[in-house]
Design a protein around this ligand. Structure first.
Ligand code: GH3
Ligand code: MG
Ligand code: MG
Length: 380
C-alpha cells in the first residue's frame, strides 16, 4: 500500500501492448501501477517496497515470471520481503502449467486472453489478502510489545514481592523460600548449613532518643553492612523489625561465627549520620548449624534465635553459637569488641568520630576474613 492509500501493483510483461493495456485498466480501477518488461527490475522494486501485488507474465527474456516468483518467495523466507501477492498471467493454459506456476509460489493464475472483470476481482482478493496480513503483523508486533512489557512488570513485581522496602534486603517471604531450598540441598547432599540471626541492640532507645527516621537510617546502614560482608548478598534478609538473618549454605558453624563476628565488628565500628547527629549501634548474633537430628528448617532458625537470645542475655554486642549438645556458648573466634559502655545503642554526639562508609568497611573486613566456603551446587 502506498502513502496515497492506493494499492500498488507491479505489472511485468515483455509485451509492450499488454503492459499498457494492463496499466490502463488497473489505473482506471484505482490502483497505483508500475510496469516493467523484465523480472529483475520488478524484483528490485519489490525488494525495496517490502510488500505488494505482482502481476507477471510467465515467458519473458531475462528473468521470466516463474524465476521471479521463486526469487520473491526466497526473499520472503529470508524475511527480506514482508508479503507479496503473486499472480501469473500467461498464455500457458494447460493444467501442468497451472500446477507448475502455483508450485513455484504463485498465489493465483490467470490465462491470456483474460477477462478484465475477473482480473480485477482477483486483484481485489490479493489486496484484501495483503491488508489482512498487514493487520496480523501489526497485531503480532503489539502482542510481542505487550508481552515484553508484561515480562518487565512481572520481574519488577517479583522483586517487590521479595524485597524489604526499607533496607532493600530480601524480605521474610524470600528468606523462607531460600531457606527451604538451601535446607533441601543441605540435607540431600549432606552439606553443612548454618544460619546467623542478628538483632540490633537496644534499638528502641535510638528511636526514642533520635526519632524514628534516625532509627531507619541506622537500620539501613546495618543492613548495608550485612549485605556487603556476606559472601552472597542474596542470602541476607530482614527477618522483621531490627532483626536480620544470614544463611550460610556450605558453612559449618565455625565459619558462620567468623562471618557473624565480621558483621558485628563492622556494625560496632560504624557510625550512622542523621541530620548531623552521629548515631552508633551494636548488634548481637546467634549462630546455629543444621544437625542430622534437626526436624526442619524452622528448627534451624529457632536454634539461631536461641543463640541470639543467649547473646542478649550475656550482655549484647557479642556472638553466641548453639552447639550440637544444644548448649549455647560464646563464639570462640575472638572477644567481642564492645564493652559495657558500648553495649547497646550508643549516641555519638561529637563530630570527631569518623564515619566510614559501611560498604567499604564491611567489604574490607569480609575480604580479610574467610566467610562461607559455598559448594557450587548451592543457590542460584
Ligand atoms: P534488644 O537489645 O533487646 O533487642 O532491644 P531493642 O530495643 O532493640 O528491642 P525491642 O524489641 O524492645 O525494640 C525494637 C524496636 O525496633 C521497636 C520498634 O519500634 C523498632 N523498629 C522495628 N522496626 C522498625 C523500623 O522499620 N524502623 C524503625 N525506626 N524502628 C523500628
Ligand atoms: Mg533489638
Ligand atoms: Mg528485635
Amino acid at each position: 500500500m502506498r502513502e496515497t492509500g492506493k494499492q500498488r501493483i507491479i505489472v511485468v510483461d515483455d509485451d509492450r501492448a499488454m503492459r499498457e493495456l494492463l496499466r490502463r485498466q488497473l489505473v482506471q480501477a484505482g490502483y497505483d501501477v508500475v510496469a516493467y518488461d523484465d523480472g529483475r527490475a520488478a524484483l528490485q522494486l519489490i525488494a525495496g517496497l517490502g510488500s505488494g501485488i505482482i502481476l507477471a507474465d510467465w515467458s519473458m527474456p531475462g528473468m521470466d515470471g516463474l524465476e521471479l516468483c521463486r526469487a520473491v518467495r526466497e526473499l520472503e523466507a529470508l524475511q527480506t520481503l514482508r508479503s507479496v501477492y503473486f499472480i501469473l498471467l500467461t498464455a500457458h493454459g494447460s493444467k501442468d502449467h497451472v500446477i507448475e506456476g502455483l508450485g513455484a509460489g504463485a498465489n493465483d493464475y490467470l490465462t491470456k486472453p483474460y477477462h478484465s472483470g475477473e482480473l480485477l476481482a482477483r486483484i481485489h482478493v490479493g489486496a484484501r489478502f495483503l491488508r489482512l496480513q498487514d493487520e496480523l503483523l501489526q497485531r503480532t508486533l503489539e502482542y510481542h510489545k505487550a508481552n515484553a512489557q508484561l515480562a518487565v512488570l512481572t520481574q519488577k513485581l517479583e522483586k517487590l514481592a521479595n524485597t524489604d522496602a526499607l533496607t532493600g534486603l530480601a524480605n521474610r517471604r524470600r528468606l523462607f523460600a531460600r531457606l527451604g531450598e538451601t535446607w533441601e540441598l543441605s540435607t540431600r547432599r549432606n552439606y553443612p548449613l548454618s544460619c546467623i540471626m542478628l538483632d540490633l541492640d537496644r534499638f528502641k532507645g535510638i528511636n526514642d532518643t533520635h526519632g524514628h527516621d534516625a532509627g531507619d537510617r541506622v537500620l539501613c546502614d546495618a543492613a548495608e553492612i550485612v549485605r556487603s560482608a556476606a559472601a552472597r548478598p542474596e542470602l541476607c534478609a530482614r527477618f522483621g523489625g531490627e532483626e536480620f538473618v544470614v544463611l550460610c549454605p556450605g558453612a559449618p558453624a565455625g565459619e558462620a561465627v567468623v562471618l557473624a563476628e565480621t558483621i558485628r565488628q563492622a556494625v560496632a565500628a560504624h557510625v550512622a549520620v542523621y541530620n548531623g547527629t552521629q548515631v552508633g549501634v551494636t548488634i548481637s548474633c546467634g549462630v546455629a548449624e543444621r544437625t542430622a537430628g534437626m526436624a526442619d528448617a524452622d528448627a534451624l532458625l529457632r536454634q539461631a534465635d536461641t543463640a541470639l537470645y543467649a547473646a542478649k542475655e550475656r550482655g549484647r554486642n557479642r556472638t553466641y553459637v548453639l552447639g550440637c549438645d544444644g548448649a549455647t556458648r560464646a563464639a570462640e573466634c575472638g572477644e567481642p569488641v564492645g564493652n559495657a559502655a558500648q553495649d547497646g545503642a550508643v549516641a555519638h554526639g561529637t563530630a570527631t568520630h569518623q564515619a566510614a562508609s559501611c560498604s567499604t568497611r564491611a567489604a574490607s573486613s569480609a575480604s580479610t576474613t574467610p566467610t562461607t566456603a559455598t559448594p557450587g551446587t548451592f543457590g542460584d
